[in-house]
Design a protein around this ligand. Structure first.
Ligand SMILES: [Zn+2]
Length: 129
């Protein structure tokens, strides 16, 4: 079922999340396509189906990544172009990236959320289907 019997640490769970792999075994793919999740891990049968409200955490992760990206972009452009700040290019790049980034980060927000949740709620490991 798992590569080892010992539970994965946070860094290993995060690495599995960044590879879009099952947080339990690290082998099974969580997503069937970019936006479509599997119901369970094809390798260890860990269920990816969760109760209502569970994925709000993934939504928060996704929004946080987009907001941090925009804050860094904003600070970099303002500091690089002061005193004549390039507002128009900043607006265009900000709108485009804030529209695309959540879609591009969508699967990672879910797999990273599962990883963090599993780290802080280890009892979720027993939810094999
Ligand atoms: Zn698995």
């Amino acid at each position: 079922m798992t590569r080892s019997d010992s539970p994965a640490g946070l860094s290993q769970l995060i690495a599995r999340g960044l590879r879009k792999r099952c947080p339990i075994c690290g082998i099974g793919r969580v997503f069937r396509s970019w936006f479509k999740m599997r119901d369970a891990c094809p390798h260890c049968a860990y269920s990816f189906s969760r109760e209502d409200g569970y994925w709000v955490g993934a939504l928060i992760v996704n929004i946080a990544v987009a907001e941090v990206w925009f804050a860094l972009l904003f600070a970099a452009v303002v500091l690089a172009t002061m005193p004549d700040v390039a507002w128009q290019p900043l607006l265009v790049v900000g709108v485009v990236t804030n529209g695309l980034l959540p879609a591009l980060f969508y699967p990672y927000s879910k797999t990273l959320w599962m990883a963090v949740h599993l780290y802080f709620v280890p009892s979720a490991r027993s939810e094999l289907s």
